[in-house]
Ligand binder design. Structure first.
Ligand code: BGC
Length: 487
């Protein structure tokens, strides 16, 4: 009897404690979503500054005389600046911390938006977009790092996908602003100040990540940061345990990873997959569509500017909606299968657009439109999020941030190449020719996936690292044993 029933006061205390624990864990969950939302504003700004040029270009062409070279340079100034931003952030974030860098990015976002809205000449616009690009490059590297260093391990993947979702929401936001202020490119650009202020205020109120603080030897601050994020008391045993494991990892890192490590035979296959996926993502022509959508729709036969912009908003909506589909599928059907679907879908749809654009026949305009929707849908569910997700899981711990920084550099470099060359290529080989090239790249993506991409879905990061170290081809990593174990 004694053993089975406890006194009412003890029972009340147990129930009360369980309730309190549940409340704490709910509050901690809210806190982590709050952190993801703040860092997600950086993703939103990334998308906004990529997308806003789409609605503004026709007005800019009317106001200034722009040749294809200047147009390409002004549009591509964002990825070009981002290249510099990513390079800069890799080193400085280690010294000054994640929070400081995100605050700097917030200031640059706001300054770039104001300067571009006030620009009186194309070169000023190009310079202010370069500044915006710098902010995008910093944010695109530091925000996911901030999220992953604050998130509990089991939620990391999902939270990284939220970052891609924020990018697509930013693109959609930019298209809506382009639709709402279709008469004034200055108003479109100045709207970027609002999310920039939100980022500044949000980050001002946040602390740095426990991991960075521990790396600096600021152990007590790291303890307080963990307690704040997890909504626990500073000397709670769970805080002690997390702090101990972070400190152990920090102590194990005797020296930062180097270029030589990145090129070593065990890490090189991961580098090839990471950079290769970004090469394919960008050379699939996504940003020719994102940055120049109304221009593409015009070429495809949409005659009025408002229908071109409306169709562009439609692209933004499909992009957001299908990103949810990708998030749902990514852990269920696996990375490789999703990549095959994505590359097959994009190759086919790009082929449709190329065919429609190459023939002047108006009856084929509908083919171009369907092709465009299918293309965005296939991209958003697959080759949009997958390179970002895989970039964060394929590198061994020692070279993870270096590997991520180099792969994100590849993203910006190829992004710049596509956006800069698009107007020039269209004026030389025509829209049909350009889309045919993008279609071929996507077809090559099928071969790349088949030969080189491993299946990382459901495989732990340590398992991936062990497989790389074993010297077996990276591609032969298979999730099967783990899946069986977790099924
Ligand atoms: C790409 C961006 C692209 C966006 C479109 C991202 O994954 O890296 O370049 O503009 O997807 O949604």
């Amino acid at each position: 009897m004694k053993a089975t029933s406890s006194p009412p006061s003890a029972r009340w205390r147990t129930a009360c404690c369980a309730e309190a624990r549940q409340l704490t864990s709910r509050k901690a969950q809210m806190m982590i979503y709050f952190i993801a939302a703040i860092a997600g504003i950086a993703g939103f700004l990334f998308g906004f500054d990529e997308g806003v040029i789409a609605g503004a270009l026709h007005l800019l062409r009317g106001e200034f005389t722009i040749n294809p070279f200047d147009e390409g340079l002004m549009t591509a100034a964002v990825p070009l600046g981002a290249l510099g931003g990513a390079l800069l952030a890799g080193r400085t974030t280690e010294t000054y911390g994640r929070r400081a860098l995100l605050l700097v990015a917030g200031v640059l976002f706001a300054a770039g938006a104001l300067l571009s809205a006030a620009a009186g000449a194309v070169w000023i616009l190009t310079a202010s977009r370069l500044l915006l690009g710098l902010a995008v490059g910093i944010a695109a590297m530091v925000a996911p790092l901030y999220i992953s260093e604050s998130a509990p391990a089991e939620k990391r993947g999902m939270l990284v996908s939220i970052y891609q979702l924020a990018i697509t929401l930013g693109i959609l936001g930019a298209y809506l602003v382009g639709f709402a202020f279709s008469e004034s490119w200055r108003l479109m650009f100045v709207m970027g100040v609002l999310p920039a202020l939100a980022l500044l205020v949000g980050m001002y109120r946040m602390g740095d990540t426990p991991r960075w603080l521990a790396l600096q030897g600021r152990t007590e601050e790291a303890r307080l940061a963990i307690a704040r994020i997890r909504e626990l008391a500073p000397h709670d045993p769970a805080v002690d345990a997390e702090l101990a494991s972070i400190r152990q990892a920090a102590q194990q890192r005797t020296r930062p990873g180097t270029w030589a490590d990145l090129l070593s035979p065990t890490v090189r296959p991961a580098l090839v997959v990471g950079m290769g996926l970004f090469f394919l993502q960008q050379l699939s022509g996504i940003n020719a569509v994102i940055y120049y959508a109304p221009t593409v729709f015009k070429e495809a036969g949409f005659n009025s500017t408002s229908t071109q912009i409306l169709a562009t908003v439609g692209i933004g909506v499909v992009n957001v909606g299908m990103t949810f589909v990708g998030m749902y599928l990514i852990d269920r059907i696996g990375r490789r299968r999703l990549l095959f679907i994505g590359f097959a879908g994009t190759a086919l749809s790009l082929g449709m657009i190329a065919l429609a654009a190459a023939t002047a026949s108006e009856s084929l305009d509908i083919l171009a439109t369907i092709g465009m929707v299918l293309y965005i849908a296939a991209f958003a569910a697959s080759i949009g999020p997958l390179p970002w997700v895989m970039m964060s899981e394929i590198f061994p711990l020692k070279v993870r941030s270096l590997g991520m920084s180099v792969t994100s550099l590849a993203n910006w470099g190829f992004n710049f190449l596509v956006v800069f060359s698009f107007p020039i290529l269209v004026s030389s080989i025509g829209l049909g020719g350009v889309f045919a090239v993008y279609a071929l790249v996507c077809a090559a993506g099928l071969v790349f996936t088949y030969l080189l991409v491993p299946e990382t879905s459901g495989v732990s990061l340590e398992e991936i690292e062990r497989h790389l170290e074993s010297g077996q081809p990276f591609r032969t990593l298979d999730a099967a044993p783990v899946r069986v174990a977790t099924a």
